[in-house]
Ligand binder design. Structure first.
Ligand code: ZN
Length: 285
């Protein structure tokens, strides 16, 4: 299924995307779940009912008539891995890490799939990073790599937007990665059962229509399941936690001359089978 959080004038609702329409799960069965994290937590019990609601399509709207929000508005955790595609490691003039390099993005950095990425004043050095995002389902602690597939609820398209000056002027990246609006993802969660192999997906970023990144998740250094195994050695992964799984080569900071996002730009990130997000850039008010 494709599960989204959307607005149609009033409070946020949960929906199932079916073709070019969205069926409101919240209107059909408000008791099922108050938000996406609860829906993910209860999924084994309510999956059948959600599928029946999507099929019946009683409260159904044109997808382009609703406002899609970040599928999970306040994830418990957002973790992102650095230096995880060979060509991005090379353009960053770094070594392939022996251990997985993780940083956090603040849960307040989430953003909708089509909402503005804010460029901070006075001048922002904001860059894009196309990434496959894994959404934790059942989660747990000490998840073995061969069990990780079952711990993942689904996948999204994400942009690990980054303020490069804030990232690189200190050894710790989390602040430069945590600006408001700098974690757009979506446009919905595609449940894991619809993705035969998350390590065989074309991934691209386009700025104003120009292709900047063009790779495949087959090129991940540490694959998604190894990431789940590694992180869960340290902490309990919970329903709705997000893993940004790394970006391929082609970021603006590695171009010559360097290119940063500016007011009026559009960044589109697309992943085969998961759809696309498309965010305008706007100077922060
Ligand atoms: Zn990244």
């Amino acid at each position: 299924m494709k599960l989204a959080t959307f607005e149609l004038g009033a409070a946020p609702e949960l929906g199932a995307v079916v073709g070019d329409r969205i069926v409101s799960i919240s209107r059909a069965a408000p008791r099922l779940a108050a938000d996406m994290i609860e829906l993910i937590s209860r999924w084994p019990q309510i999956k059948g009912e959600a599928e029946a609601i999507a099929k019946a399509a009683v409260d159904s709207f044109a997808l382009d008539a609703v406002h899609l929000l970040a599928p999970i508005r306040r994830p418990g955790k957002i973790f992102a891995i650095g230096l995880n595609y060979a060509d991005h490691i090379e353009e960053s003039k770094m070594e392939t890490p022996e251990h997985q390099v993780w940083f956090t993005k603040a849960s307040t950095s989430t953003n909708g799939p089509y909402d503005p990425i804010l460029i901070p004043k006075p001048m922002g050095f904001v860059d894009y990073e196309a990434e496959l995002v894994a959404v934790i389902g059942a989660g747990g602690k000490h998840i073995a790599k061969d069990a990780a597939k079952d711990a993942i609820f689904g996948y999204c398209v994400g942009n690990d937007a980054t303020e490069r000056r804030w990232q690189h002027r200190v050894p710790q990246w989390s602040l430069g990665k945590s600006f408001d609006s700098h974690a757009p993802f979506g446009p919905w969660i595609t449940t894991a059962d619809e993705i035969a192999d998350p390590h065989a997906l074309g991934i691209r970023a386009l700025v104003n229509g120009e292709t900047r990144q063009n790779s495949n998740t087959a090129n991940l250094v540490f694959d998604v399941f190894a990431q789940v195994e590694h992180l869960s050695q340290a902490m309990t992964l919970e329903p709705g936690d997000l893993l940004f799984t790394g970006t391929p080569g082609g970021v603006g900071a590695a171009m010559d001359p360097r290119q940063f996002l500016k007011d009026g730009d559009r960044v589109r990130v697309e992943i085969d089978g998961l759809g696309h997000i498309d965010n305008p850039c706007a100077t922060e008010a």
